[in-house]
Design a protein around this ligand. Structure first.
Ligand code: AMP
Length: 397
C-alpha cells in the first residue's frame, strides 16, 4: 500500500493551499479546449479544499513554451472553463513571471471561498530544471502543498517535486485514485492479469514488457511494434514497421515468456495496404502471407477475436497503445474492438492514458472502464515498475 498523505490527512482550515494540477489540455488553433477531461478530473480536490476552509492556489503547465512567456500557452482559457465547471469565478493571474509582484499581491489579498490560478509554470525555464530558488518562490505563496497532477508525476520539476521540499505535502484525490487503482493492479492484481500493448515502437516498450513479464499471466502485443515480433518468428512482413536492431530482443522476450509460463500472443492476421493513407485499397491476410509490397496497418479479425477472448477472461486488464493506425478510419477497427472487449469485461479494466484513452472516448466506452488514466507517460512508467518522483516527493503518512 502507498504510504503517502492524502488531502484528507491534513488540516487546511484557513490555509493557502498550493495545488499542482495537470491542466495540460489539448487546444485547437483558436485556443478552444478540445478535451476538458483533465480539468474535470481536478474538481473533487478543488471542491474539497474549498469545503474545508482552505484557499486553493492552482498551478499547472500547458504545452511547451520553452521557458519563456508565450501567450499561445497562457492558462487563461483553462481559468474560463474551470470557472464554468466550478460555478465560481476563478481569479487567473496573468503574470509572465508566474510568481512576480502581481501574483504575490493577489495571494496576500486572497479571501476564503476564492480560487486563484497562476500562469503557466513553464513560462519560467527554472520549472523543468527543478530549480530550488523557483521552487522556494512558489512555496512561499502557500502554507501547504497538494500534488494532484498525475500526468506530470513521472517528471521532477519545481512545481511538483521541488516545492514539496519547502511545504508540508499531500496527494490530491486524482493522484490518489490513479495510484490506488494502478498501484493495486501492479502490486496485487486479481488474476488472470492481462496486459495489452500496442503503439509504434518496440524500443519504447522494452522496459514495460520486461517488467510485466514478471507480473502478468497474458501479454497481448499489437500495433506497429508487433511486426518486429512477427518477423522474429520467421515470417516476412513486407513494408511493415520494423526495428531491425530489436529482432534478437523480440526473440529473447518470446523465449522468456515461454520459460516463465506467460502467454505472449502476437497477431495471427493483419490488415495490409500498399500505402500509408486511409484512402487506399486494403485487405486482411494471415501473418504468414504478408505481400512484399504491402504494410500491416491494423490487426485482423482473427486476432481481434483471439485478443478479445483473453480480455474477457481477465480479472485485471491493463492497456497501453493502439492496435493499428487508429487515426485513419479504415485501420481503427482493431483498436476500437479492443476498447469494446474491455468495456464488456467483468474484470478491473485500466486504460493507461494517451492514444488508448482517446480511442476509448471516441468509441464512447469511457463510462464502461474501471479507470482511464490522465497520464499516458506516467502510467507507462508505473507499468515499467518505476517510482514516480512526483509521488515520491509527497510526505509519508
Ligand atoms: P505510440 O506513440 O508508441 O503509442 O504509438 C502510437 C502510434 O502508433 C499511433 O500514431 C499509430 O498510428 C501508430 N501505429 C500503430 N500501429 C501501427 C502500424 N501498424 N504501422 C504504423 N504505425 C502504427
Amino acid at each position: 500500500m502507498l504510504n503517502k498523505k492524502s488531502i484528507e490527512d491534513v488540516d487546511m482550515t484557513g490555509k493557502r493551499v498550493l495545488v499542482r494540477c495537470d491542466f495540460n489540455v489539448p487546444m485547437d488553433e483558436a485556443l478552444n479546449i478540445t478535451d476538458d477531461r483533465r480539468i474535470r478530473s481536478a474538481l473533487p480536490t478543488i471542491k474539497y479544499i474549498l469545503d474545508n476552509g482552505g484557499m486553493p492556489i492552482l498551478m499547472s503547465h500547458l504545452g511547451r513554451p520553452k521557458g519563456k512567456a508565450d501567450m499561445k500557452y497562457s492558462l487563461e482559457p483553462v481559468a474560463k472553463r474551470l470557472s464554468q465547471l466550478l460555478g465560481i469565478e476563478v481569479n487567473f493571474i496573468d503574470d509572465d513571471l508566474v510568481v512576480g509582484n502581481k501574483t504575490k499581491d493577489m495571494v496576500v489579498k486572497m479571501n476564503k471561498g476564492e480560487v486563484i490560478l497562476l500562469q503557466n509554470t513553464r513560462f519560467r525555464k527554472e520549472e523543468k530544471d527543478n530549480n530550488a530558488d523557483f521552487a522556494r518562490e512558489l512555496s512561499e505563496l502557500g502554507d501547504l502543498f497538494v500534488n494532484d497532477a498525475f500526468g506530470t508525476a513521472h517528471r521532477a520539476h519545481a512545481s511538483n517535486v521541488g516545492v514539496a521540499e519547502y511545504l508540508p505535502s499531500a496527494m490530491g484525490y486524482l493522484v490518489k485514485a490513479e495510484m490506488d487503482v494502478m498501484g493495486k493492479a501492479m502490486a496485487n492484481p486479481e488474476r488472470p492479469f492481462v496486459a495489452i500493448l500496442g503503439g509504434a515502437k518496440v524500443s519504447d516498450k522494452i522496459a514495460v514488457i520486461e517488467n510485466l513479464m514478471d507480473k502478468v499471466d497474458t501479454l497481448l502485443i499489437g500495433g506497429g511494434m508487433a511486426y518486429t515480433f512477427i518477423k522474429a518468428k520467421g515470417f516476412g512482413i513486407g513494408k511493415s514497421l520494423l526495428e531491425e536492431d530489436k529482432l534478437e530482443l523480440a526473440k529473447e522476450l518470446m523465449k522468456k515468456a515461454e520459460e516463465k509460463g506467460v502467454k505472449l500472443l502476437i497477431p495471427t492476421d493483419t490488415v495490409v495496404a500498399k500505402e500509408f493513407k486511409n484512402d487506399t485499397a486494403y485487405k486482411t491476410v494471415s501473418v504468414e502471407n504478408i505481400p512484399e509490397d504491402m504494410m500491416g496497418l491494423d490487426i485482423g479479425d482473427e486476432t481481434i477475436k483471439l485478443f478479445s477472448d483473453e480480455i474477457k477472461a481477465g480479472k485485471t486488464i491493463i492497456w497501453n497503445g493502439p492496435m493499428g493506425v487508429f487515426e485513419m478510419a479504415n485501420f481503427a477497427k482493431g483498436t476500437n474492438s479492443i476498447a469494446k472487449a474491455m468495456s464488456e469485461s467483468q474484470g478491473t479494466t485500466i486504460v493507461g492514458g494517451g492514444d488508448s484513452a482517446s480511442a476509448v472516448e471516441k468509441a464512447g466506452f469511457q463510462d464502461k472502464m474501471s479507470h482511464i488514466s490522465t497520464g499516458g507517460g506516467a502510467s507507462l512508467e508505473l507499468f515499467e515498475g518505476k517510482v514516480l518522483p512526483g509521488i515520491d516527493a509527497v510526505d509519508d503518512k
